[in-house]
Ligand binder design. Structure first.
Ligand SMILES: O=P(O)(O)OC[C@H]1O[C@](O)(CO)[C@@H](O)[C@@H]1O
Length: 529
């Protein structure tokens, strides 16, 4: 086996008492059993646990071939997906690829340009992307387990159209690759109807645990990264982190110590890296832990910081602000490339004491100094060290965090494999967009939006009061309107306004009747003093 990920929690142990640590050992054992014997909540979503050993070799070869085709016939691969259907691939591409891979000249690139889209609903982003596509040969990999997620579905609709306009429907078919459920969903049906090549997201693997399936592997293979090494790293890690004993298993130690810290009020975990290439690794990690643990009113809030960049923005807070933070620093022992700081004869910046030193060395000293300062400031520090940023070690790191996440979720007492909370925004969005079946919610939500609003437009106010716009002098303020009617100004709420209108109607009837000398009974004329 290759060298392993090193986990060091010595800079956090001082924040946890010995008995608090020891008490976690039996709970870890229980969580291990729940995961491996599949007796815990979410047991139907544990396919990722032994996936690095049992993945479908036939499909794996098909991925390799499809990637070779895309590399040969495309200048650009568009990866459409959101959440777990894009973050893992983006993380791997960034860690293993060139920092500016899309900008490198073709001669220096192993792969097409790769852009991720369908992970937001921004018309600006997709329009700008389409500008980049002009004159280029393009393929699309659309990834969605459910096949119905709004963000990727809108992007796919627009980009499929774009592709069909460019190549014609038949040729476009050869450039569309679908990754979805093996049997269900809109995308699966479309793939069958249109004859698109498709890949499977296994039933028992949730989005945030799916990077080592076709979800991540097709874009990773297209990028030219070594997916064999990635899978091997994960496979070795799955064996390494099988031991139940807390003292022997660094992955379980990470799960245990973060829970011990959480119980002591350290409710925010910052995943820190000193390499910008890890920015999306942190995004992937945030979804992994946030969606798995943030439920039932519990959970560590997963956040990320990039050092030394953020030491010049967030550094003050981390050192000195509210003491609810701990850090998990992901470092790479040996940077892929290093650069020497040169001697400057004038030494205007006073940095000649660094002459001849490597930037990697300077970065390391920044890290060491920061850990000491933050620990002194009351921020426990955990260290996860990769020997090198290679595909093998990245595969191992991915598995390390996936398994720690499952164990940690069980320690916390939640179901780490569902995400019911994500549905709330979706239901509201669908209702407000007028999706059939959401009519009742639509009316309720729109009423709430109106009440929450400080001001409505004149048109909205008129519609709300079911009145012609001519009645409205000013907009609604906190449910009240300022209205001008028949020369009078009123500041009233809707009920008062309607009542007033009814009174006005009766008064007009009365005046009309008076002209004809017949007073309607409905009008209650009060005696004047
Ligand atoms: O692959 P899908 O079904 O489009 O889902 C994308 C993402 O959306 C979520 O379901 C949350 O809405 C994530 O769990 C998932 O990774």
């Amino acid at each position: 086996m290759n060298q392993a990920i090193r986990f060091d929690y010595s800079n956090a142990r001082g924040f946890v008492r010995q008995h608090e640590w020891e008490q976690l050992a039996p709970a870890i054992g229980q969580a291990h059993e729940m995961l491996h014997k599949r007796t815990g909540p979410g047991r139907d979503y544990l396919g990722w646990v032994d996936w690095p050993n049992k993945y479908d070799r036939v499909e794996y070869e098909r991925i390799r071939q499809a990637a070779a085709r895309i590399q040969a016939d495309s200048d650009v691969l568009l990866v459409i997906g959101i959440g777990g259907s894009y973050l893992g691939a983006k993380a791997v591409l960034d860690v293993l690829g060139h920092s500016f891979y899309n900008l490198l000249p073709k001669s220096k690139r192993r792969s097409p340009e790769i852009y991720f889209v369908g992970n937001n609903i921004s018309p600006v982003y997709i329009s700008h992307l389409m500008d980049v596509l002009e004159g280029k040969d393009v393929s699309i990999n659309v990834i969605s387990k459910s096949g119905t997620t709004t963000e990727p579905a809108i992007a796919f609709r627009l980009l499929r159209n774009w592709l069909e306009n460019k190549y014609g429907r038949e040729q476009a078919k050869k450039r569309i690759y679908i990754t979805t459920d093996k049997a269900r969903g809109a995308l699966k049906k479309l793939a069958e109807d249109e004859g698109y090549e498709s890949f499977v997201i296994p039933d028992d693997i949730g989005g945030r645990f799916s990077v080592l399936t076709a979800v991540g592997l097709l874009p990773i293979a297209v990028s030219g990264a070594d997916m064999d090494a990635l899978m091997k790293g994960a496979q070795d890690a799955s064996e390494r982190y099988m031991v139940m004993d807390l003292a022997e298993n660094p992955c379980y130690q990470y799960a245990a110590i973060r829970n011990a810290l959480y119980r002591k009020g350290k409710t925010v975990e910052l995943l820190v890296s000193y390499e910008p290439q890890f920015r999306f690794f942190a995004e992937w990690w945030k979804q992994l832990f946030g969606e798995s643990e943030g439920k039932d009113g519990k959970g560590i809030f997963p956040a990320a910081a990039e050092f030394s960049t953020d030491l010049h923005s967030l550094g003050q807070y981390i050192q000195d602000g509210m003491r609810h933070l701990f850090e998990t620093v992901v470092t790479v022992n040996k940077p892929a490339i290093d650069v020497t700081v040169e001697e400057d004869p004038l030494d205007v910046d006073g940095l000649n004491f660094l002459s001849g030193k490597r930037m990697g060395f300077v970065n390391k000293k920044a890290f060491e100094g920061t850990v000491l300062a933050h620990v002194d400031g009351g921020v426990p520090n955990l260290l996860v060290e990769m020997p090198e940023a290679t595909a093998y070690h990245l595969g191992a790191l991915i598995y390390f965090f996936e398994k720690a996440c499952g164990i940690s979720g069980y320690l916390l007492g939640v179901n780490p494999f569902d995400q019911p909370g994500v549905e709330a925004y979706k239901a509201n969005m669908f209702a407000l967009l007028g999706k059939p079946g959401f009519e009742q919610q639509k009316a309720e939500l729109e009423a709430r939006l109106r009440d929450n609003k400080t001001y409505l437009t004149v048109e909205e106010t008129a519609a709300y009061l079911e009145l012609p716009e001519t009645f409205i002098l000013e907009k609604i303020h906190q449910g009240k309107i300022r209205a001008l009617h028949d020369g009078y100004e009123y500041v009233i709420n809707k009920e008062q306004f309607n009542h007033h209108m009814e009174e006005m109607r009766k008064l007009r009837e009365f005046e009309e009747a008076a002209r004809h000398e017949t007073v309607p009974e409905s009008y209650d004329v009060k005696d004047e003093d």
